[in-house]
Ligand binder design. Sequence first.
Ligand code: C5J
Length: 224
Amino acid sequence: MVEVAAQPGPFAFEPSRTALVVIDMQRDFIEPGGFGAALGNDVSPLRAIVPTVRRLIDACRGAGVMVVHTKECHRPDLSDCPPAKRNRGKPSLRIGDPGPMGRILIAGEPGSDILPELAPAAGEVVIEKPGKGAFYATPLQETLQASGITHLIFAGVTTEVCVQTTMREANDRGYDCLLAEDATESYFPAFKRATLEMVRAQGAIVGWTATVDAIAAALAATRA
Ligand code: C5J
């Protein structure tokens, strides 16, 4: 059993029954010319967490924690993209439009790829999701159940959108959830702060939060 110094209190888990879920570390959200930038966001804060996410992935791989990656993307014919999603806001490029990294948020296009620094290792699960939550219209629940997973660690972007939505979905499905504070980021610093606080409020109503240092130290202790 591993125990992480977390908030609002210690988070204990069995590595073999835990998965790290790395949410949407894709070029479309993190590089100029993608969906995030088309919505008018400064993408540089998201790029800054890449080494920390990498450290967390390495710590989990080294401790035998299953690693799952997600990608927000749609079919080329947009049949899984509701018009309400495509038409929302005033982006310079909409989902499916051609951009500098191929069609925006379309599966198989370069922009939908996970950053090369965080590329999935052979055998790791990659979930393509049409929504903000990774359980909606995906095989994630069946995949986790088949591996006997009971606890989830979360990283990725953006904190208050796809990460929080997925964490809430997971919490409602009975998983104990830990959010890695410095391995997640938002285009809006205040939204990130608020999300961390609301997740761990009221005795971990959605889950726990901890730093990557704390998670990595706890995982390393199991191997000492
Ligand atoms: C957004 C995401 N922000 N991955 N997607 O639209 O959080």
